[in-house]
Design a protein. Structure first.
Length: 318
């Protein structure tokens, strides 16, 4: 090939397409939700499997809309301690179900499972029922919309319950969503369950009031009163017992919706916006568009942060 080449250490190596371009078809004059599954988009564009159950990191987002005034908002699941614990609870139940069902098969469930067997959930109920779940396009203006990088097989996980319906054998099966104040459906006819709702229901609480149980005669105990001059310590003891003894948040509260991460207002004078990146738990992103002028198309270019997981930065839960 000749001698005029870079040093051997500058080899191309394995390449990764970190830019995902989406065309969001806004409908109506009010708010319209769109959902992006980053793992599905990366899998489609790079033609290799990316797992959903990771924390993906966006480096930047570019938004373009030149036909009408549009507000664009990006939301994800809350980045708090309850979210990964709720996901783990659902994952363990799904894994146990698969293992028990295939327990008598040589090699177990992983022996017969599909090559790309993976635990996949919806972000919220709107994600489950909303038809506007987007897939990446090629991106350049001359190629918009043709072709789309359609995902061949991206099935969201289902649970098949063993809980009987009275004297009848169980036949209830349902999907899972990460967020939601309530489950969808009814007993023995569930459509989808909220993992954060189930997690909040199953946690052990000290008591209904959330107040620690303490002795009512603590201020008269001889050892406690050993240095109590003129009963001045009694007020201090009372404050220690009664102040700040409950959680500084709703201990029974459930995350019902996404948290706003970035937003922009685009009009005819600017036509585009550049937004900073953020963490996306499990790669599940909701984009809310609002266009008083009616139907239009908002184009979003997402750049994933570079990293060691097939070329992008992602963190595992444990």
């Amino acid at each position: 090939m000749g001698k005029n080449l870079p040093a051997k250490k500058y080899k191309v190596g394995q390449r990764t397409e970190r830019f995902l371009h989406y065309e969001l078809a806004h409908s109506g004059t009010g708010n319209d939700s769109h959902f992006i599954d980053i793992a599905a988009g990366l899998s489609a564009v790079n033609k290799r499997a990316y797992r959903q159950g990771l924390y993906y990191y966006i480096k930047s987002i570019s938004v373009v809309e030149t036909t009408a005034d549009t507000k664009v908002q990006f939301g994800t699941a809350p980045d708090t301690w309850q979210i990964p614990l709720a996901w783990k609870m659902g994952f363990r139940a799904w894994s146990r179900m698969n293992s028990e069902a295939a327990g008598n098969i040589l090699g177990g469930d992983l022996k017969i499972a599909g090559k790309y067997h993976d635990f996949k959930i919806y972000l919220n109920n709107n994600h489950r029922t909303e038809g506007d779940v987007t897939v990446p396009t090629n991106g350049p203006a001359a190629m918009d919309g043709n072709p789309h990088h359609n995902v061949t097989d991206w099935d969201y996980s289902r649970l098949h319950t063993q809980d009987p319906d009275g004297n009848n054998a169980p036949n209830d099966n349902f999907t899972m969503m990460l967020l939601g104040a309530s489950h969808q459906g009814s007993d023995n006819a569930w459509d989808s369950i909220s993992l954060v709702k189930s997690y909040a229901t199953q946690r052990n609480l000290n008591d209904e009031s959330g107040t620690p149980i303490q002795a009512t005669t603590l201020d008269t105990d001889p050892l406690v009163n050993l240095f109590d001059v003129s009963d001045t310590h009694d007020d201090v003891i009372e404050d220690l017992q009664t102040l700040n003894d409950k959680t500084p948040y709703d201990d029974n509260g459930v995350y019902t919706d996404t948290i706003l991460r970035a937003q922009a207002f685009i009009n005819n004078s600017n036509g585009n916006a550049m937004l900073p990146g953020f963490c996306v738990p499990f790669g599940l992103l909701e984009v809310l568009t609002n266009c008083p002028g009616g139907d239009n198309t908002v184009k979003v270019l997402i750049e994933l942060a570079p990293g060691p997981y097939h070329g992008v930065y992602a963190e595992r839960i444990s």
